[in-house]
Ligand binder design. Structure first.
Ligand code: ARG
Length: 569
C-alpha cells in the first residue's frame, strides 16, 4: 500500500463521517502529515465549524469517536482541533521498501506523460566569461531538465548565443586597437572579457571610441570583410571558453542557436506581421506591438531605421525552436530583470500566432558574495570558473585534513564531487526569485543545510552496508520497524514520488533540496539512536533494508539536482 492510498482511505472515512458536509476532494486536500507522535495523518476540523455550528475541537472529538479503525488505519484519535490517524506502518514499510528496491533509480519517476519540453539556458552574450548569475542559471536549467525528464517529459536542452551587437563590438574594437593580434594566453573567454573591460576604461577616457564602436557595428551588419574576420575570431574564443565551463558542470545541449544566424529572419517576420495589420507604426516610424490592453507597455519590435533589437531575434527563435522540436511547452531560464521582456514576448508570440503552446519564464534573482570574499585580483566579482576553482580547492583542503592516505586521483575525484555538489545544493535550495549570498565555507560544511550534509548521509549508509558485507535483499518483518524515527523515515520515503512530481509541476528544484535535507536528518536521528548491525538478527534485516532504501532515494534525489552521491567521503 502506498502513501497515496492511505490518504485516499482516510479521505473516504472522513467523507462518510461528515455526511456530505464537505466534499471528498476538499477533505483530501486538507489532510496533513504531521510530526509522527501525533499520528501519521491529521485532518484539521476548522473548515467544518460553520456547517456543524460547533467548535473544531468538539467536531474533532466527535469524528474520532465515529470513525472506526480499519485494517490499515489502526488508530483514530482526537487532539485539539485535529483528528489524528495512525497507519499500519508495517504495511506502508513493506510496500514502500519493496517498491524502492524494485524500481531503484526509477523510484519516484512519473509515467505516461510524454510531453515535449524545450528548456533554454544559459544563453550568454559572447563578450565576457560566464559569471555567478550564469552559474545559478545553469544549475537551475540543468536540474529542472532532469526533474522534468524524470517526471516523464521528453526534454530538449537548448542554448542561445547572443553573439552579435554592440556589446561584442566593444570587445572587438578594444582588441583591434590594443590587442596587437595576440592569441589568448589564458582561458579564451576570459581573454575576450579582458578586452571588453578594457574598452570600458578606454572609452571613459576617450568618448570618440563610442562612435567607432557604432561604426564597427554598422560594418558588421553590412558584412564588411575585415570586421567579420575579427568578429569570428573573438566570438569563437568566447564560445571555446564557454564550452569548457559547460563541461565542468556536465552540461550538454541538444541544440545551440546563434543570434547572428537568425536575427535577420526576425526582422522579416515583424515586417510581414505589420503588413498583415497585426502591428502598428508609431509617429517616429518604429514598428510596435500594442500591448496596453494586456496591461503592459507597447513594445517596439523594429526601429524606424530598420535595425533590430533584442526582442526581434527572440520572435524568430521561438519559431525555430518549434520547427525543430514541436514542443508542447517552452521554458526560458533567464534572470528576473527580464520579466517584462518575456511577458511581452509571450503575448506577441500569441498575437502573431508564432507559438501556441505553453510558455514559461523561469526567472531567477541575483547571487551575491560575502563582503571581501572571493574577489579576483583585480577586485572584480568572480566568475563561474573562479568560483569552481575556489570551491574545489576548499574541498581539497578539507579532504586532506580528514584523510592522510588517499591517492591523488581519489582526492581529486572527491574534491570535484564535494566542491561542485556544494555549489549546486546551496544555489538550488533557494527559491529561484530570491536573491541570496553565496557563502563558500557555509556551503561546503558537513553540517547545516548543505550538499555535503546530504552526500555524507549517503556515504554513511554505504559504509554501514559495506561493513555488513552480505547482500541486502529479500524479505524482512517490517512490523519490527516501530520506533517513531523509523516510522518517520518510512513515511518520508513514501513521499518522494509526490515530491518529485510537485517539483516538476511547479518548476521548483528547491522542493527536492528541502526533501533531501529532511530525509538526511531523519536518517541521522535514526542512526544515532538505534543499532543496525548490532541489532537482533530479524531487526537487523529490516533495518538494513530500510537504510538501503534511504540510500537509493537520497541518490535519486541528488541526481535530480545533478549532484553526485559519493560512496565514501
Ligand atoms: N543573452 C541574454 C542576456 O545575457 C539572455 C538571453 C535569454 N534568452 C532569450 N531567448 N532572450 O541578457
Amino acid at each position: 500500500m502506498a502513501e497515496d492510498s492511505f490518504r485516499e482511505e482516510i479521505a473516504e472515512l472522513v467523507t462518510a463521517a461528515v455526511s456530505g458536509k464537505l466534499d471528498k476532494n476538499k477533505i483530501s486536500a486538507l489532510i496533513e502529515t504531521p510530526q509522527q507522535e501525533f499520528g501519521d495523518y491529521a485532518f484539521p476540523c476548522f473548515a467544518l465549524a460553520k456547517a456543524f455550528k460547533k467548535s473544531p475541537y468538539q467536531i474533532a472529538s466527535e469524528l474520532a469517536d465515529k470513525i472506526k479503525p480499519t485494517e490499515s488505519i489502526t488508530k483514530v484519535e482526537a487532539k485539539g482541533p485535529y483528528v489524528n490517524f495512525f497507519a499500519d506502518t508495517g504495511k506502508i514499510a513493506a510496500a514502500t521498501i519493496a517498491r524502492i528496491m524494485d524500481e531503484k533509480n526509477n523510484y519516484g519517476s512519473g509515467k505516461n506523460k510524454n510531453k515535449k519540453v524545450v528548456i533554454e539556458y544559459p544563453s550568454p552574450n559572447t563578450n565576457k566569461p560566464l559569471h555567478l548569475g550564469h552559474v545559478r542559471n545553469m544549475l537551475l536549467g540543468q536540474s529542472l531538465s532532469r526533474i522534468l525528464s524524470f517526471s516523464g517529459c521528453k526534454v530538449f536542452q537548448v542554448n542561445l548565443n547572443n553573439d552579435r551587437g554592440i556589446h561584442i563590438c566593444k570587445a572587438m574594437l578594444a582588441y583591434k586597437l590594443f590587442g596587437r593580434n595576440k592569441n589568448p594566453e589564458k582561458k579564451p573567454d576570459h581573454f575576450v572579457g579582458d578586452f571588453y573591460v578594457l574598452y570600458g576604461k578606454k572609452a571613459a577616457e576617450n568618448p570618440e571610441l563610442e562612435i567607432r564602436v557604432q561604426e564597427m557595428l554598422q560594418g558588421w551588419e553590412k558584412g564588411d570583410k575585415e570586421t567579420i574576420r575579427l568578429w569570428k575570431k573573438i566570438n569563437s574564443w568566447a564560445l571555446e571558453g564557454f564550452k569548457e565551463t559547460y563541461k565542468t558542470f556536465g552540461i550538454e545541449f541538444d541544440r545551440v542557436y546563434n543570434e547572428s544566424g537568425h536575427y535577420l529572419e526576425g526582422k522579416k517576420i515583424v515586417l510581414e506581421a505589420y503588413k498583415k495589420g497585426l502591428l502598428k507604426k508609431d509617429d517616429k516610424g518604429n514598428i510596435l506591438a500594442e500591448l496596453k490592453k494586456y496591461g503592459m507597455p507597447d513594445k517596439v519590435l523594429l526601429r524606424a531605421d530598420g535595425t533590430s533589437i533584442y526582442i526581434t531575434q527572440d520572435i524568430n527563435l521561438a519559431k525555430l525552436k518549434y520547427n525543430d522540436f514541436r514542443m508542447d511547452k517552452s521554458i526560458y531560464v533567464v534572470g528576473s530583470e527580464q520579466v517584462l521582456h518575456f511577458r511581452q514576448l509571450f503575448k506577441i508570440l500569441q498575437l502573431l500566432k508564432i507559438y501556441g503552446g505553453e510558455l514559461y519564464h523561469l526567472a531567477h534573482g541575483m547571487v551575491y558574495l560575502p563582503e571581501g570574499k572571493m574577489k579576483s585580483r583585480e577586485g572584480k566579482v568572480v566568475d563561474a570558473d573562479n568560483l569552481v576553482e575556489e570551491m574545489i580547492s576548499i574541498a581539497d583542503k578539507e579532504i586532506k585534513k580528514r584523510y592522510k592516505n588517499l591517492s591523488r586521483a581519489e582526492i581529486k575525484k572527491r574534491s570535484m564531487q564535494i566542491g561542485i555538489g556544494s555549489i549546486r545544493f546551496f544555489v538550488l535550495k533557494y527559491d529561484p526569485l530570491k536573491d541570496f549570498v553565496f557563502n563558500p565555507e557555509e556551503s561546503i560544511s558537513f553540517e547545516g543545510e548543505t550538499g555535503p550534509y546530504v552526500q555524507y548521509a549517503h556515504a554513511r549508509i554505504c559504509s554501514v552496508l559495506e561493513k555488513h558485507g552480505g547482500k541486502v535483499s529479500g524479505n524482512a518483518d517490517f512490523n519490527l520497524l516501530k520506533e517513531k524515527e523509523e516510522r518517520f523515515l518510512i513515511r518520508l520515503l513514501s513521499q518522494f514520488p509526490a515530491t518529485a512530481e510537485a517539483a516538476a509541476n511547479n518548476y521548483k528544484p528547491l522542493l527536492i533540496a528541502r526533501y533531501l535535507l529532511d530525509l538526511s536528518q531523519a536518517f541521522n536521528n535514526f542512526y544515532h539512536q538505534y543499532p543496525i548491525l548490532k541489532a537482533d538478527e530479524e531487526t537487523k534485516k529490516a533495518r538494513l533494508l530500510l537504510i538501503a532504501a534511504v540510500k537509493q532515494v537520497l541518490k535519486n534525489g541528488l541526481n535530480l539536482l545533478a549532484i553526485e552521491a559519493p560512496e565514501r567521503m
